[in-house]
Write a protein that binds this ligand. Sequence first.
Ligand code: GLA
Length: 368
Amino acid sequence: MKISMKNSLVVVAMAALVAGCSSVKVADFDSIQLYTLKNKAGMEVKLTNYGAIITSIKTVDRDGNMADITFGYNDVSGYMNAVDKPYFGAVVGRYGNRIAKGKFTLDGEEYELATNNNENHLHGGKIGFDKVVWDVEIVNKNTIRFTYLAKDGEEGYPGNLSIAVTYTLTENNELKIAYHATTDKATPVNLTNHAYFNLKGEGEGTILDHELMLNAKGFTPVDKGLIPTGEIAPVAGTPFDFTTAKPIGRDIGQKDQQLEYGGGYDHNFVLNKEGQDGQMILAATAYEPTSGRFMEVFTEEPGIQFYCGNFLEGNLVGKSGKAYLHRGGFCLETQHYPDSPNQPQFPSTILRPGKAYETLTIYRFSVR
Ligand code: GLA
């Protein structure tokens, strides 16, 4: 089935793509779909309501050639079965990144979350938002909204959390991701998207030659388990200084305890906010010299996790049959800092009843 109009939303049923997932209920089989947003410039973004995942982003290089620049699979089973849970393109939550030992205290009550990353809680737990089927609303020809109700107690979190993630592809080659959530009990919330990018094209070698700028004078150092120590350290004079664009690979081989703990870059950068919290700023840019592709990330969040695919080992083969190499893709996950529920000095991630969690991230693509 294909409902297609020029410059419009194309809906393609993904029924064929779930063959072999016999553990999934029939209702879920029927409800997993693939959606395509296309703009007049020809940029195309594919999304599925399984995990609210971005499965594909096609943009032109400086010669006008299209390539898919984000990691993913051609079928839902790929996402369900990927070893080492890479979270390709998914919305992660209820809490993006780690919460130490899966524990936190809120309003005098101690909560215990599912632990799925050694002793820690990562990206929402065992069945995070990346592994559930979301409801879908086609808002207009450029915009699609995924909604999900995370139940009180799910993965150990308090409160029924009602979430909406709205993706818009603009005529300026921007992919806007608007997050919205409300709760009936106080709960931590930290939503982000875990897309991996390689601006040469997915599966085209490593990203070490991409020139990255991070608008951050500080970062949050971590311990061996990748839990922040609580300190905000200056990047100046360290391999973490991306305040002026430099190739990702330039300093990654330096002897540095933080690089050692992360196996490379896998850190939260503290964004330079001059005004009040919640203002939209340019957080990061990435440039790939051979294709000329340039990417900008804007966010209202106070932090960004720069992860350069250190856990990829080349054993995952993506949608075009190419292996995703060690450091074959990078993620720029806009977020609040990891482990904030246990770090009172970090900006708060607690959402209370009667308030709305609202945050916008924009990925903008162009060529240079
Ligand atoms: C995040 C984490 C990494 C890793 C990836 C998923 O970005 O910070 O440590 O767990 O997700 O592989």
